[in-house]
Design a protein around this ligand. Structure first.
Ligand SMILES: Nc1ncnc2c1ncn2[C@@H]1O[C@H](COP(=O)(O)OP(=O)(O)O)[C@@H](O)[C@H]1O
Ligand SMILES: [Mg+2]
Length: 280
């Protein structure tokens, strides 16, 4: 795996391999926090969607958010790059720290924040534009003054799509297959060189082969980016993530630990019940 080239910081921790969880590809602990939620509460009108969540998300690792439908996973994800700002009834209390700053401080520009914290959604949503323009979209907004074509190529390579589209950069992004469209959206998200990539169930609209390509890609992305992924697919969380956060009804974070620990020996009975399919 390509990860082996970069995990040089602590070679003596690279002894374990585990076929069931992908997390051991990056066994060296990440000692830097990319994003930290502190006493986060989120409401839609009177309804509470996130209940006093605090968690530290490690840099350049894959962190999975799992839990039953409606437990607040998407809400939590959207807090990180302030996408919830766009929902009128949504109110956020508490802090989300990123780069040593609370993203909810008055002087934070949400547009600049979203360049640093990109997002990929469940349904691939390319713009009705050429493949090139889809990827270059964020660069234009930020007034990027480097070589756009070079950055487009790098981003498409980073999204494992370049070889499939390099001869058709001027054709519409909408002509691609679903899996290719999702990789195009990933290329668009990484083009502005973010630090964090948020993904909300990025494979659930895809067939298994396309989904598997995205899973491989996520593993590669974590060499360079912090990846935070919501998934309802527990096998997927087990395969691709280093850390897993389990949310349960009411927007409570019930357990958050190394993925192997969550799936093999969780502390909470409720987590074990959820993972073994007793509810959810
Ligand atoms: N835009 C919204 N307006 C009002 N309520 C919402 C909105 N989005 C989510 N909710 C509510 O917040 C709770 C958490 O939703 P969500 O974050 O989408 O959960 P999940 O992603 O885990 O399925 C649910 O009760 C949902 O109905
Ligand atoms: Mg959701």
């Amino acid at each position: 795996m390509s990860n082996t080239e970069t995990k040089t910081e602590s070679s003596d921790s690279l002894i374990t391999t585990d076929v069931e969880t992908g997390s051991n590809d990056r066994t060296a602990p990440s000692n830097r926090t990319a994003v930290a939620a502190r006493d986060l509460n989120v409401y839609y009108g009177d309804e509470q969607a996130i209940d006093d969540v605090s968690m530290e998300i490690p840099e350049k690792r894959v962190t999975a958010l799992i839990g039953p439908s409606g437990c607040g996973k998407s809400t939590f994800l959207r807090c990180i790059n302030r996408m919830n700002d766009m929902i009128d009834v949504c109110r956020v209390e508490g802090d989300v720290e990123f780069g040593g700053k609370n993203v909810y401080d008055g002087d934070v520009d949400p547009v600049a924040l979203r360049r640093k914290i990109g997002m990929v959604f469940q349904k691939p949503n390319p713009f009705p534009k050429s493949i090139r323009d889809n990827v270059a979209y964020g660069l234009k907004i930020q007034g990027f003054d480097g070589d756009v074509d070079e950055r487009v190529e790098e981003s498409l390579k980073g999204a494992a799509l370049w070889d499939e589209v390099k001869d058709q950069l001027d054709s519409s992004g909408l002509e691609l297959s679903g899996g290719q469209q999702q990789r195009l959206c990933i290329a668009r998200a990484i083009a502005p060189d973010p630090e964090v990539v948020l993904m909300d169930e990025p494979t659930s609209a895809l067939d298994p082969v396309a989904a598997s390509k995205i899973e491989d890609l996520i593993d590669d992305l974590a060499e360079q980016y912090t990846v935070i992924i919501v998934t309802h697919n527990m096998q997927q969380a087990a395969r691709i993530s280093d850390r897993t956060a389990v949310f349960l009804t009411g927007g409570r974070l019930v357990e958050y630990d190394d993925t192997t620990k969550i799936f093999e020996d969780p502390e909470e009975q409720r987590v074990e019940d959820y993972i073994t399919g007793k509810f959810g």
